[in-house]
Design a protein around this ligand. Structure first.
Ligand code: ZN
Length: 440
């Protein structure tokens, strides 16, 4: 502001000198009036700018520690109680809040009054979840930033050596345990591993994404093949539904048969866990409480399926669970479905696994539409429903089956393409790798 004043004063002085020299005093008066106006306008502009200039924010960072949830980290960062709740609410549709890992970083940016204006969470180097507080509505607005990844496909092929296992062989060549586990899991359905012989051949096709070419972000098993002297020839294909959270995303045989031993039917078509089983800290109140089930966020009205066949033992309403249904299964375990908007079955009804028994709602003590799924074992103890294997269907049908057939053709084409590339050998292993970048 001082600079502007000095400048204007300089201009005034210049004109004064000029005017005295020419002796036109009336003109000078006019000039002074106009310059005074300019000066007052400049002052107003400066004041306006000072009032509205972007606030300088202070950025703080903290990391997730063992046994911590969002609440603890946000509290340590000094985020105000209401904002803690608002942040969790604003994120829960986009981020699976129960998947926090030790070491993950939270950033918050606060204004001069200590109020949180920006929240940043980056679960891995390629993804950033951002929340900005809208200055008008005072609500957090969500923005996702995804950085480009390099996607590679690879085939690992080899044979079982004397005393070796498939899982052990895959781990030894550096395939992440999560994916080796998937391979073993799907093949196990068809292959009794005790009948696996040395010399039996396998072929696995993976698709992995990397950040900056080398930081592993994620991977999936597109294909697994096993050809055994005793167990015979088996193939497994990954089915990809248009919805990445669809419960149908799993491995199937070429005929669409699910590769899973025996599983419960998922209670919904889409899984998004908003609150897991176990002790949780309420994001707003900070109170620690046991949660005897899993909450799945889902739009109101979505169909809810019986997880297995059984008899309806509860179909009613109470102020906490809202509309709830309980089904006793043949092994005497009981599944519970709560907060429903509507119930489609009454006490005593016999239901089959996958039958629609009601619709997702937000009745009872609930902050938004979700399904609370509880599960009691035969002894009447609450168990984590996640400990049960769940599948969407034993066999794909209709449109999904047609899509699988199409995807299998694509996988076979890619296999052929990959097979034509030069193999790399892995030191100390009989396994060969063929790899290519499919997108960057
Ligand atoms: Zn719940």
């Amino acid at each position: 502001m001082n600079k502007i004043c000095l400048l204007l004063l300089g201009v005034v002085l210049f004109f004064c000198t000029a005017c005295f020299e020419s002796g036109k005093l009336e003109d000078l008066d006019k000039k002074i009036v106009s310059l005074k106006q300019d000066l007052s306008m400049a002052n107003e502009a400066v004041a306006e700018y000072e009032k509205n200039r972007p606030q300088s924010l202070t950025v703080l960072m903290d990391t997730v520690r063992k046994n911590e949830g969002y609440y603890q980290v946000l509290e340590r960062l000094g985020v105000e109680r209401n904002d803690r709740g608002a942040i969790v609410l604003a994120l829960q549709d986009s981020v699976e809040l129960s998947n926090l890992r030790v070491g993950q970083k939270f950033h918050v940016a606060k204004d001069a009054n200590g109020a949180t204006q920006v929240f940043r969470f980056s679960p891995n180097p390629s993804v950033v979840h951002l929340l900005f507080k809208n200055p008008t509505t005072k609500q957090f607005e969500y923005k996702l930033v995804e950085k480009p990844l390099t996607v590679k496909q690879s085939i690992f092929s080899g044979h079982i050596v004397q005393g070796g296992t498939l899982h052990g062989t895959l781990i030894s060549v550096g395939i992440p345990a999560r994916m080796s586990g998937v391979v073993a899991g799907v093949l196990q359905c068809k292959i009794p591993f005790s009948s696996v012989q040395p010399g039996d051949r396998f072929r696995i096709m993976l698709e992995e994404s990397f950040y900056k070419d080398s930081i592993w972000i994620s991977g999936k098993v597109l294909y697994a093949e096993f050809d055994g002297r005793v167990v015979g020839h088996h193939e497994a294909f990954l089915y990809n539904d248009p919805d990445p959270k669809s419960t149908y995303n799993a491995h199937y045989t070429e005929n669409g048969e699910a590769l899973i031993f025996d599983g419960l039917r998922y209670p919904l078509d889409r899984l998004h866990i908003t609150s897991p089983f176990g002790t949780r800290t309420h994001p707003v109140s900070g109170v620690r409480k046991m949660h005897y089930g899993i909450d799945y966020g889902s739009p109101k009205g979505s169909p809810v399926y019986a997880v297995a066949k059984g008899k309806v033992v509860v179909s009613g309403y109470d102020q906490y669970s809202g509309n709830k249904i309980a089904i006793r299964h043949v092994d005497n375990s009981v599944s519970y479905y709560m907060h429903l908007s509507s119930r489609g079955v009454g006490v005593g009804a016999q239901v089959t696994g996958g039958q629609v028994i009601g619709r997702v709602g937000s009745t009872g003590r609930s902050t938004g539409p979700h399904l609370h799924l509880g599960f009691k074992n035969a002894k009447g103890q609450w168990i984590n429903p996640k400990s049960k294997t769940m599948i969407a269907t034993p066999k794909l049908q209709g449109e999904r089956m047609a899509r699988l057939t199409q995807q299998i053709a694509g996988i076979r084409k890619n296999l052929e393409k990959l097979e034509s590339t030069e193999p790399q050998t892995i030191e100390g292993s009989t396994v060969k790798v063929k790899q290519q970048v499919v997108s960057k």
